[in-house]
Design a protein around this ligand. Structure first.
Ligand code: ATP
Ligand code: MG
Length: 431
């Protein structure tokens, strides 16, 4: 029995044979798809289009999504965040309390009816439910501060869903909420979050192109902060000062803002961007509306100071696919690539030796915990290389009769296109 179990043990998560991967690459994206990110991701087999603005994440795509989440998770945990997950179905009565159930106020609601009567909303945001829930956990000043976050599928009835996964009707967001004693505590956490967000974007490879941007919104302060990344196909326009790392959204670009920031309009450059994150100071407005308060040392009831902090996980994935791509396909940054190595065997007439050698290297990589996708399929070299370029794994390792004769491996760096012949030990040094 034991032997049978062992032989059937699931392959390690870090390794996969391409012959086992059910997805295939495609020459053409669906004709109704206009967004570059979705075209690339569909062709390479990362996502499946269910309908406009609604995409499924296939094995390769899920690996990328999980890597992005993990980076975000580590940085949120590092500033004291506690992960939870709220519900997708939400109470109408709750949103009525803050006057946000109405479609005139919130224009992205999906709503549905219960068979037993009554309406529920499909979560487009979780500010209200999470604040309401916290009433059960916050009573004294000793309970604060609290920082909670989740990765949640948000449902929004977006009017335009033509940007692929940059704007989904169903998409994954990381949303965090802070519950603080007062403005000073809130501000300290808010500023720590800005730093944590920038660490996230740097780890994702877009730190240099991402600007903390003054934008409208925020109950008590005039501003909210958006995190905007320069992108050809971005839907937003912002004004930046590259050297001073100052950025202002069009909506708040006025004399007063410019004066406060100490820059003049002529110093600013107009750029197209995608909003990859957004953070808000709610003040005590929402707490007052919902009756979320704590007792201070004197026993007085004080409304909790709240903030909210979002990152568009799937939007970031689409942005990376678009930003890091060339005419051949995607060029993933190492930190989010589905695998570290794409091992490709080129099997000619006397293929057995090559197969054996490739199999051996696959095993060694797996044992070392290096994530590897092994293209073990019986296809022409040209097809395998084109697929490899399209999928976009950082390092391609080719084993063929030619490389075996030389006693080396052919290594191609997807980003630079550089090809080199390395020994196995040099490959491991490189990795
Ligand atoms: P936008 O102005 O782009 O509609 P928003 O202001 O509605 O964004 P928030 O509600 O603050 O966005 O959501 C937090 C983050 O979630 C955004 O910064 C963005 O990265 C992401 N996001 C928002 N809407 C979508 C969507 N429809 N599809 C994918 N990601 C989204
Ligand atoms: Mg929106």
């Amino acid at each position: 029995m034991v032997a049978i179990f062992l032989s059937r043990a699931a392959p390690k998560k870090s390794a996969m044979k391409q012959s086992h991967l059910f997805t295939k690459t495609r020459k053409e994206a669906p004709t109704d798809e206009v967004a570059q990110n979705a075209k690339l991701l569909i062709r390479a087999g990362y996502i499946h289009k269910e309908m406009a603005g609604v995409y499924a994440y296939l094995p390769l795509g899920l690996r990328v999504q999980n890597k992005i989440k993990q980076i975000v998770r580590e940085e949120m945990d590092a500033i004291g965040g506690q992960e939870l997950i709220m519900t997708a179905l939400q109470s109408k009565e709750l949103w009525e309390k803050t006057k946000r159930w109405s479609d005139e106020v919130v224009d992205v609601w999906f709503k549905t009816n219960l068979k037993t009567g009554g309406e529920v909303g499909l979560g487009w945001s979780h500010e209200e439910p999470i604040a309401e829930m916290m009433k059960g956990y916050i009573s004294s000043f000793r309970d604060l501060p609290i920082f909670v976050y989740q990765f949640q599928t948000k449902l929004r009835n977006e009017v335009r869903a033509k940007s692929g996964i940059l704007r989904g009707r169903e998409f994954v967001m990381k949303d965090m909420y802070s519950f603080c004693l007062d403005e000073a505590d809130h501000t300290a956490f808010y500023n720590r979050t800005i730093d944590a967000y920038m660490r996230v974007y740097h780890r994702l490879g877009i730190g240099e192109d991402t600007f903390v941007t003054f934008a409208a919104g925020g109950a008590f302060t005039k501003f909210s902060h958006e995190f905007q990344t320069i992108a050809e196909t971005g839907e937003d326009v912002i004004y930046i000062h590259r050297a001073k790392k100052i950025a202002v959204n069009k909506e708040v670009l006025n004399d007063e803002t410019l004066k406060n920031l100490g820059v003049s309009r002529s110093e600013l450059e107009e750029v197209k961007t995608a909003e990859v994150g957004n953070i808000f100071n709610f003040g005590t407005q929402k707490s007052e509306d919902l009756g979320l308060s704590y007792k201070n040392e004197k026993g007085e009831a004080i409304p909790v100071w709240m903030g909210s902090y979002g990152i568009g996980i799937t939007r970031v994935m689409g942005l990376l696919a678009e930003k890091f791509s060339d005419e051949k396909g995607i060029v993933w940054p190492e930190s989010v690539a589905p695998f570290r190595v794409h091992l490709v065997s080129i099997v000619g007439a006397n293929g057995e030796a090559v197969k054996k050698e490739a199999e051996k290297l696959y095993q060694t990589l797996t044992d070392k915990g290096i994530e590897v996708l092994y293209d073990d399929r019986d296809l022409r070299p040209g097809e395998k290389f084109a697929d490899s370029d399209l999928i976009g794994i950082p390092t391609r390792v080719v084993i063929s009769e030619k490389t075996m004769k030389e006693g080396k491996l052919e290594i191609k760096d997807r980003k630079t296109g550089t090809v080199s012949m390395l020994s196995e030990s040099d490959l491991f040094k490189l990795l």
